[in-house]
Design a binder for this molecule. Structure first.
Ligand code: NDP
Length: 642
């Protein structure tokens, strides 16, 4: 086979990305275009590797026997050298053999960081002892180039990596930082994004249909919502004349809104943080100022209202605004696709690099399209659409008061506005969390996200408020109190589950992650629900473990998978909370029509599908460890149901 060194089915040693660990793997396939091998690790993980990251078994056995013959005294001298504060100065006078040895030392430190992380985490959090084989059997299934212990330096490096190191140790920071740089530089020689082989969303045909189906659904829902009898069983109303759907002034207002948000995004206020490492090891920087943008927007809207600007202009031209946003999102998607053709291979999205135009156009070809430091995807995710949703809701509230001659908005409208305002403010307050979502790390920026962020979110998520303008629904105070309680429960689960995972990802050794961070309320909620379920379904969940220290399953990547707390309850507790909230947003609209429940129905479908996608990615990432997690936490979203 010209052009490739290893055959399908051959057992070889494959390097674990970002480390110097070599595992026994089997070659599954080879991609001629990207020159990448798909290899399967023993724990089931599949990865695409470059030829240079693969070695034959025989060459490895040779290396291993050489390394095991090295004398202990040599090891200890190497250890003391690398701990010496004068190391950089000495390094300049090294002979070539010494510098080779020094390079090996650097390689070794990378590996040791991973090992140390696991050890440190175990000490602090009493990790679950059912580690995946790959973690437990480092000495057999994985060959480490050199293995020596340097406990102090290891701990310092881990502390640095997880921001645990006390500030007064600044003096040593430079030294550790240079080690970290080596770590990152080594990671930048990672592979280019491999071709997307497993197509999602129904593949080419599915994505082609969605490009037309999604806009059609938005316009159908908006048209139905304006009908007196909004029953979905009715025949759709006749299409409005095309010229009535477009008004240049409305498009101008939309552009003004978009660029005002872009201006707020560019303001040098708020902290700058790094995103997750890209496939080449690089980390992009993001400014976290979404909440400030929200406050500034509130000030602008407040000023407009003060000067008698009629915000219900939005309600009067709602369909035209939706058309403007759709036209803009299509134009943006075309621009994104064209520019992605010139993007370097390594900057393409792992999920949108199939080589099929329609598929890549829909899912997004480029992962993080930027104009200078302006990140288009990150900006669109939480700004114009999400903040726009709240402004639309407010416009509906004012329109309701005006149309029905009310001096105060209805209770239903107040509930819908407040619940959704809380959701948006929460998302902006915790803006940093978006950086770890699959939208940012996996999906490219194409039609799916552009249309989703700019059209679907503001115009479909505000359906309940729009419905209430044309279909006033009176609810009593006790009903309002019951719905509010439901929303609070949903929000509590959603927020604490997301925070638990984000804090754990940021700092696995954080003592706050132990039982103290789970409030009495959550304990009560857990206990009551699990007691009930255990009694009625005879399931033996030990809910006492939910309130002891958080436990996790270590994985071969160095990250852990939580198996207690919310993440030991179901595999996606945050989705559960989100769905409960979605129901609470629809209930104020009463039970006359199913239309205001469109959001909760659609949202369940979205999250079930999203959960399946995430499950697939996690299975690939974590292999056996993920299977163990699934055994330990069998339910995906709804306990004892799904
Ligand atoms: P999640 O926040 O649920 O993240 C999933 C990731 O979490 C996995 O890929 C894995 O990533 C990590 N993970 C999974 N299990 C564990 C575990 N046991 N322990 C530690 N880490 C684990 O995914 P989403 O990005 O889909 O959702 C984020 C939030 O956004 C959710 O609350 C969701 O409800 C909401 N959302 C809202 C939408 C809306 O339109 N309103 C749309 C979509 C989402 P890794 O291991 O790599 O860290």
């Amino acid at each position: 086979m010209p052009g490739r060194k290893f055959a399908d089915g051959e057992v070889v040693m494959g390097r674990w990305p970002g480390s110097v660990l070599y595992y026994e793997v089997q070659v599954a396939s080879y991609d001629d275009a990207s020159h990448l091998y798909t290899v399967k690790y023993k724990d089931g993980t599949e990865l695409a590797l470059k030829e240079s990251d693969i070695r034959s078994l025989s060459s490895f056995r040779h290396r291993k026997s050489q390394s095991s013959s090295s004398s202990p005294s040599r090891r200890s001298s190497s250890r003391s050298r690398s701990r010496s504060p004068g190391r950089p100065a000495k390094g300049r006078r090294r002979s070539s053999s010494q510098s080779r040895e020094h390079k090996d030392d650097r390689k070794k430190t990378i590996q040791e960081t991973n090992v140390a992380l696991l050890k440190l985490s175990e000490n602090n959090t009493q990790s679950y002892n059912g580690e995946p084989d790959s973690t437990e059997r480092n000495d057999t299934s994985c060959i480490i180039l050199e293995q020596k212990s340097k406990p102090e330096l290891e701990i310092q490096r881990v502390l640095e990596q997880y921001s645990l190191r006390p500030r007064k140790e600044e003096k040593k920071k430079e030294e550790i930082y240079s080690e970290k740089k080596i770590f990152e530089t080594r990671k930048t020689i990672e592979k280019a994004t491999p071709k997307t082989k497993e197509l999602e969303f129904g593949g080419r045909i599915g994505t082609f249909v969605m490009i037309f189906f999604l806009p059609a659904t938005v316009f159908y829902l908006l048209l139905m919502c304006k009908q007196d009898d909004a029953s979905l069983l009715n025949f759709p109303p006749p299409l409005p004349a095309l010229e009535s759907l477009w008004e240049a002034r409305v498009f101008g207002v939309f552009l003004l809104w978009f660029f005002l948000q872009a201006l707020f995004y560019l303001l040098p206020i708020g902290k700058v943080v790094e995103g997750l490492p890209l496939s080449n090891g690089r980390k992009l920087q993001y400014r976290i100022n979404g909440f400030y943008a929200f406050l500034l927007t509130a000030a602008v809207i407040g000023t407009l209202l003060y000067f008698q600007f009629e915000l219900h202009y939005l309600y009067d031209h709602f369909m035209q605004f939706a058309v403007s946003a759709a036209v803009f999102s299509v134009a943006l998607s075309i621009y994104l696709y064209i520019r992605s053709l010139k993007a370097p291979e390594e900057e393409l999205a792992p999920g949108g690099n199939s080589g099929y135009f329609v598929y890549d156009f829909f899912t997004g070809h480029e992962l993080n399209p930027r104009i200078g430091s302006f990140d288009l995807k990150y900006f669109c995710e939480l700004r114009p659409g999400l903040i726009g949703w709240v402004v639309i809701n407010l416009a509906m509230l004012l329109a309701e008061m005006k149309i029905h001659n009310q001096s105060v908005p209805s209770l239903s409208m107040i509930l819908v506005n407040s619940f959704q305002l809380l959701y948006v403010v929460d998302a902006l307050w915790n803006e940093e969390a978006v950086l770890t979502t699959m939208d940012i790390t996996h999906d490219g920026f194409g039609f799916m996200l552009a249309f989703g962020d700019l059209v679907w979110v503001p115009f479909v998520y505000s359906l309940q408020a729009l419905y209430l303008v044309g279909h006033p629904t009176a609810i009593s105070w006790p009903v309002a109190a019951a719905i509010t309680t439901l929303n609070c429960i949903g929000y509590y689960i959603f927020r604490s589950a997301n925070s638990q995972k984000n804090n754990f990802r940021r700092n696995p050794a954080d003592p706050k992650l132990a039982c103290k961070c789970i409030s009495l309320f959550a304990q009560l909620l857990y206990s009551v629900s699990l007691c009930y379920l255990n009694t009625h379904f005879n399931c033996g969940t030990d809910y006492n473990t939910l309130f002891t220290d958080l436990k996790f399953i270590p994985t071969a990547t160095g990250k852990g998978l939580l198996v207690t707390g919310w993440w030991g309850f179901v595999r996606h507790p945050n989705y559960l909370g989100d769905i409960i909230m979605a129901l609470a947003w629809s209930l104020p609209c009463g039970f006359n029509h199913i239309l205001p429940y469109f959001y909760v129905i659609y949202f369940i479908c979205l999250l079930v599908h999203r959960e399946a996608r995430d499950e697939h990615h996690c299975k690939q990432k974590y292999g056996l460890a993920w299977e163990k997690y699934c055994q330990r936490v069998p339910y995906r979203i709804f306990p004892y149901i799904y």
